[in-house]
Design a protein around this ligand. Structure first.
Ligand SMILES: CC(C)(COP(=O)(O)OP(=O)(O)OC[C@H]1O[C@@H](n2cnc3c(N)ncnc32)[C@H](O)[C@@H]1OP(=O)(O)O)[C@@H](O)C(=O)NCCC(=O)NCCS
Length: 146
């Protein structure tokens, strides 16, 4: 998409990322938690920008050869325009450059948009974690070798 850039999450993006997380997740992270991740040396956080407006973000933790996606979300009015794909590809490229070999994530069994996104990149389902979420919902554990 024209004008779309993927950059590292910086302190100036915190308010916008927080607003997206409130829209996207039942238990959004506090701004202080988002800031902590910016300085976490084992975290990689990217934002999608259009003309300086933050329209999506992805957060992961990585260690040795494995990374875990913690959160990925796109602003409501920007969904289904390919932003999630660009963010995920940006994350995969950055993790490959760091020598990572595996990406893991958990996703709600009912979250079909996210599962479809992950499957389109070749993620496979490894396991189901019962009652993983505080709501009692099950999670699928998914993995991509990169
Ligand atoms: C999951 C999410 C990040 C996808 O972002 P997006 O920018 O809307 O996704 P894209 O437009 O890049 O779509 C990528 C692929 O995902 C799938 N997809 C996206 N939205 C979908 C929907 N509503 N239903 C089914 N599949 C969908 C499609 O396979 C799509 O590829 P296609 O357009 O070639 O068919 C976004 O829906 C979101 O923010 N959801 C709320 C937060 C969330 O659930 N995060 C995941 C937690 S594990």
């Amino acid at each position: 998409m024209e004008g779309l850039t993927i950059v590292e999450f910086q302190p100036k993006h915190v308010d916008a990322v927080y607003e997206i997380s409130v829209e996207a997740f039942p238990l959004p992270w506090a701004k202080e938690e988002l800031i902590r991740e910016i300085i976490n040396p084992r975290a990689l956080n990217l934002v999608a920008l259009v003309e300086e407006e933050v329209i999506g973000y992805v957060q992961c933790w990585y260690t040795y050869e494995d990374a875990d996606i913690i959160n990925i979300a796109v602003k409501n009015n920007w969904k289904s325009k390919g932003i999630g794909k660009v963010l995920l590809q940006g994350l995969i490229d950055a993790l490959k450059a760091k020598g990572m070999r595996n990406i893991f994530l958990e996703v709600r069994v009912t979250n079909l948009p996210a599962q479809t996104l992950y499957k389109s990149f070749g993620f496979i389902t490894l396991a189901k974690r019962e009652r993983y979420y505080i709501s009692g919902e099950d999670a699928l554990v998914m993995n991509l070798q990169i």
